[in-house]
Design a protein. Structure first.
Length: 135
């Protein structure tokens, strides 16, 4: 005699399998939430590191601008022009680092899809809420 297929199982067998199915669904949702939180923490970390890098470069920009002001007051045109050029390059580096940091912070602040999915699953189990919307 062959084992019954999924279509041949009785209602009582299906009801008996329900706790295991729900348990594995909840475990899968929790694993998904862990993966999403890890992703977001990673991007916040990258963004924070880039902001710190931009701050360090900003300190160098301040020193360069001070040097530029000194050279401008001394009216040494070639040195003044060189210092201003270095300041412009440092400002460009800061702008690029902050732009990349902004993108990472934006990625890290997106809502967790798994939490909303888990709430919808729990509402469906309770028989409340708009649980028909996914089908």
């Amino acid at each position: 005699m062959t084992a019954p297929s999924n279509d041949d199982r009785s209602l009582f067998t299906l009801i008996g399998d329900l706790p295991d199915t729900i348990s594995s669904l909840v475990r899968a949702e929790i694993d998904q939430i862990k993966a999403e939180v890890s992703y977001k923490v990673k991007h916040f970390g990258i963004g924070s590191g880039l902001v710190a890098g931009a701050a360090v470069v900003g300190v160098f920009l301040l020193f360069t601008l001070i040097t530029t002001a000194i050279f401008a007051l001394a009216l040494v045109m070639p040195a003044w022009a060189a210092a201003l050029t270095v300041s412009g390059v440092l400002l460009l580096i800061i702008a690029i680092l902050l732009w990349i940091a902004y993108i990472n912070f934006k990625r890290g602040s997106e809502p967790l899809e798994s939490v909303e999915s888990l709430k919808a699953d729990l509402d469906a189990l309770k028989g409340t809420g708009d649980y028909d919307r996914r089908f």
